[in-house]
Design a protein around this ligand. Sequence first.
Ligand code: FAD
Length: 398
Amino acid sequence: MDLTYSDKHETFRQNLRAFLRDRLPEHISERVRLGQRLTKEDHEQWHAALQERNWFAGHWPKEYGGSGWDPVERHIFEEETARAHAPRVVPFGVAMLGPVLMKFGSDEQKNYWLPRLLSGEDWWCQGYSEPGAGSDLASLKTTAERDGDHYIVNGQKTWTTLAQYADHIFCLVRTSKEGKKQEGISFLLIDMNDPGIEVRPIVLIDGGAEVNEVWFKDVRVPVENLVGEENQGWTIAKYLLTHERTNIAGVGYCSEALANLKRIAGLEYQNGKPLIEDPLFSAEIARLEIDLMAMATTNLRVVSAAAAGNAPGVESSMLKVKGTTIRQELNDLTRLACGPQAMPFVSEALEPGSNVEAPGPDYATAATPGYFNNRKLSIYGGSNEVQRQIIAKTKLGA
Ligand SMILES: Cc1cc2nc3c(=O)[nH]c(=O)nc-3n(C[C@H](O)[C@H](O)[C@H](O)COP(=O)(O)OP(=O)(O)OC[C@H]3O[C@@H](n4cnc5c(N)ncnc54)[C@H](O)[C@@H]3O)c2cc1C
């Protein structure tokens, strides 16, 4: 196993850094740095800039218009974009649906949808979870009944991230009630502008509304929008989830959050001294930094094995649990470092274009909402409890 970067990878890193200096709009990186919410236009502008270099879906194979990055290049991309405060590429289209269409889509579907994903023409959201079908996803109840050349879809999805921006949703739907519940699920592409679809925002504990309920009432979906075979959706769903968990450890984001915490601890004072000089507080930072270094090394081992052709298995569950736990602990320490400055909870100040003045320094405004918002990290992409079950079953024989 080789944990050093090759010349090819170092050159890629230098090119990427130069690109980020030149092409990442300052107003966007400033919003990301301060933990402010982004507009749809911010995301689109960043996606378009990346696509100038063919980096919006750099990990896609060249035959489908990507750059054919290897896992190490993808890892470097995540690391450098986090360091530069670039927005994370919205994953639902290029990172989730793209690979699904490449593997399960018909030629017509590939030829039609993949170029539109790359150009950013279509914005996708993910319609998996329902009330009562999250961890136990196969219990989903949204139905799609065949009526001639159409499916008629009825039901409700929930927690649908950024559905308010989306013009399409990929959905798991029930097409059969026979046999095991996993056997009656299909994967359907639906136009969000179809009559019968309603999006209702859910306001989260941080005051933002990034997730939604999506309701379907007699929505007519052409049969050509079925991906794969009818009732084959569970296989597709699981394949997509392996892509959802790729890079979920977020080493780059953890490193950036650690640097931010140290910066704040150097600016905030306690007993006449910068907080970072407080032995108890700095011991907490050191503990997290050591944890992060260990996780980053494990992540590199997994990336290196993947580059040699070994698909990560249970390791992605391990990295998900560790990475999200470290990030939540960093959020917690950041909130503590800001002290009373983190107390005023002015969520509106994080909205794009807001003229609400936040009391206190800019770095403190997002400390509490950021802490609350990132409670999600241990829930989505498969909750950490469920990941621990997978680790226990696969590795410990429990
Ligand atoms: C901010 C956010 C964004 C999301 N975005 C999307 C999206 O875009 N699209 C989408 O489809 N979904 C999305 N989700 C949904 C997410 O995938 C689910 O919330 C997640 O799978 C957990 O399901 P649940 O909320 O129904 O909780 P439940 O499954 O009801 O779990 C409740 C609790 O019980 C625990 N638990 C459940 N089963 C077990 C078990 N077998 N062993 C031990 N503990 C268990 C869980 O860990 C959890 O703590 C999002 C969620 C959040 C919070």
